[in-house]
Design a protein around this ligand. Structure first.
Ligand SMILES: [Zn+2]
Length: 458
């Protein structure tokens, strides 16, 4: 769909998330091509010309939400792996089903995930765990077609194990080291930075037990050579701590730092089991954290020390993880959970206030993606990634502190309009770049086929 050269969004409550965290009532935003050209208050002078005008009366405009950790290939597994501990969840459900994926399953799963994200206000994401059998090219093409801003992280491994002895991946998911490193190189070359930077390619070491020490060091060198970022699951469950102690004689984060992977170019998901020393090191090394509260709660992994990480100066973004462990890709819902679990853990209602949580889903998420100067806030010169939330709903009325209503009361389904790079992807709740009816029908059929092919009893 063609992008108008200019769009004027008028009469909105603009939640800028700029350095002063300004909220402008009756504000307007002029978008020219892919960027924000002007932001004005209600007394902003004469009416400006624009090719398209959008009335946002009764709506809030927020920066597009940024999901810093999710699995595109897991939406087809929704409802297939509930109420199990992580290792069993992986071995008995997730891996056997994903080991039967075709490239078409990979594409449809990515489309379904993106449809849900767009409908609930997410504009950028870090999609981890792209193994070869899901079809990297098909997934990258689907990101371009959907018009989202996505980082796709190619899985790298040289061992089929995971933590506990006997936790071995099914053959369908195992990749040889040379082949996955070669493919990672070619994916970076082919896709990194295309469409004005909408698609980026990262490297994703599979897990602590999925790579040898030498391979971690190789990934660190490759990331440096290719100028790309690295993401992985780390210190998610107690098991990871035991594994790192037994095999390396240190904590998971100490090991990752030792192999050269802790730095501003890395993003670690979960980080539930950190020592006080680890927390200081995360801040010192400027490594980024992707906090996935629903996943940590549902898999009973534990509750990470997010306020402590923030207090130490670490950067933390927010993530929905995957359909089998969340079971949704709705960042608005995720924000509320991120706020309330810490209040409950610390018996302190003042911890993790609404603004701190919205920061994780916007400006901090942008930094975690290495895009802090481009996205994450509504500022002149930044990319036009914007979300309009309809406030004319009983559960959002009345409002005094708009950020509080968005974090504690809003739902993904309140999102009315979504723009990425100045292009409309959702208008009045209708997806413009993805065929919703077709994707939903195909996803149901493909899940039935996958369950029967895998032999999983779900
Ligand atoms: Zn994950």
């Amino acid at each position: 769909m063609a992008r108008p050269s200019s769009i004027l969004i008028e009469d909105a409550v603009v939640v800028t998330m700029d350095p002063r965290r300004r909220v402008i009532e009756g504000g307007s935003i002029l978008v020219e091509d892919d960027r924000i050209a002007e932001i004005r208050g209600p007394a902003g002078g004469r009416r400006r010309k624009a090719e398209q005008r959008i009335s946002a009366k009764g709506m809030a405009v927020i920066p597009g939400l940024i999901d810093t950790h999710l699995h595109l290939a897991q939406s087809l597994l929704r409802g297939c792996a509930d109420d199990l501990p992580l290792v069993e969840w992986l071995r008995e459900r997730v891996w056997p089903i994903q080991g039967c994926f075709t490239e078409e399953d990979g594409r449809v799963s990515a489309e379904l995930s993106m449809l849900e994200m767009i409908r609930s206000g997410t504009t950028s994401f870090a999609g981890v765990d792209v193994v070869s059998r899901y079809g990297f090219d098909g997934i990258a093409r689907s990101v371009v077609n959907a018009g989202m801003r996505g980082a796709l992280a190619k899985t790298i491994m040289d061992s089929p194990g995971y933590g506990r002895k006997g936790s071995i991946m099914p053959a369908g998911l195992v990749e040889e080291k040379e082949a996955c490193v070669r493919e990672a190189r070619s994916m970076v070359k082919k896709w990194n930075g295309i469409k004005g930077g909408l698609v980026r390619t990262w490297l994703a070491p599979r897990s602590l037990g999925g790579c040898s020490r030498e391979l971690y060091e190789e990934v660190a060198d490759l990331a440096e050579e290719q100028k790309t970022r690295v993401t992985m699951h780390l210190a998610e469950v107690k098991e990871d701590v035991r594994y790192a102690k037994q095999n390396f004689g240190m904590t998971p984060f100490e090991f990752i730092e030792k192999v050269g992977l802790a730095g501003p170019g890395s993003l670690f998901a979960h980080m539930v089991w950190l020592t006080d020393g680890d927390i200081e090191k995360v801040a010192e090394t400027k490594a980024n954290v992707a906090h996935c509260p629903s996943s940590n709660l549902k898999l009973a992994s534990g509750i990470p020390k997010i306020p402590e990480l923030l207090e130490a100066g670490a950067n933390v973004g927010l993530g929905c993880d995957g359909a089998p462990c969340n079971n949704s890709y709705d960042m608005i819902r995720e924000m509320k959970i991120a706020a309330v679990i810490q209040k409950g853990r610390l018996l302190d209602p003042q911890t993790m206030p609404a603004t701190a949580v919205l920061e994780m889903a916007t400006v901090r998420g942008a930094k975690a993606m290495g895009m802090g100067s481009e996205i994450g806030s509504i500022e002149v010169g930044k990319k036009a990634d914007l979300v309009l939330i309809n406030l004319k709903k009983p559960h959002l009325t009345p409002f005094r502190e708009i950020v509080s209503n968005i974090v504690y009361s809003a739902m993904g389904s309140d999102v009315d309009t979504v723009m990425v790079d100045g292009r409309l992807l959702l208008r009045h709740g209708k997806a413009l770049t993805l065929d919703e009816g077709k994707i939903v029908g195909e996803a149901q059929r493909r899940q039935d086929e996958l369950i029967s092919r895998s032999g999983v009893r779900a």
